[in-house]
Design a protein around this ligand. Structure first.
Ligand code: ZN
Length: 136
């Protein structure tokens, strides 16, 4: 298997995106590069070197991020790895018996192909694969 080439971003579940942005910008001295809405999520990207911090706020009370925060509080939600091709990585993981959230790639932030590996197969960490093509 061609393994991931780098960590692409770290997804953080936040209850208030504006307040989280203030922490990263004013306290840590980083800059929000861009923001977008993806389904029920508002997302802000904060680059740190080659890695992005992906701040995610739910726009609905029953969204996945809202449920995560209700259960576990704010914090690290997932780690995203960059892979050459999400489809072929999924095939390889499936063949190794890894439990997946997504059997096929879907569209993620920035128009990239993404897929999630189930935390049960990843020692408790929700793991995202991001295709290399576009920046996210
Ligand atoms: Zn992500």
């Amino acid at each position: 298997m061609t393994g991931p080439s780098k960590i692409k971003h770290i997804g953080m579940a936040v209850s208030d995106l504006e307040s989280a942005k203030r922490f990263y910008e004013e306290s840590l001295g980083l800059n929000v590069e861009r923001e977008e809405t993806l389904g029920e999520m508002k997302i802000a990207f904060v680059p740190v070197g080659e890695v992005n911090i992906e701040l995610i706020q739910s726009t609905t009370e029953d969204g996945v991020i809202a449920k995560f925060i209700a259960k576990r509080g704010e914090g690290v939600h997932h780690i995203a790895y960059e892979v050459e091709d999400v489809s072929s990585s999924l095939e390889e993981l499936k063949a190794r018996g890894v439990k997946l959230v997504d059997e096929t790639p879907r569209e993620g932030a920035g128009g990239t192909a993404v897929a999630f590996v189930h935390p049960k197969s990843a020692h408790g960490v929700l793991t995202e694969l991001v295709g290399r093509k576009r920046n996210a």
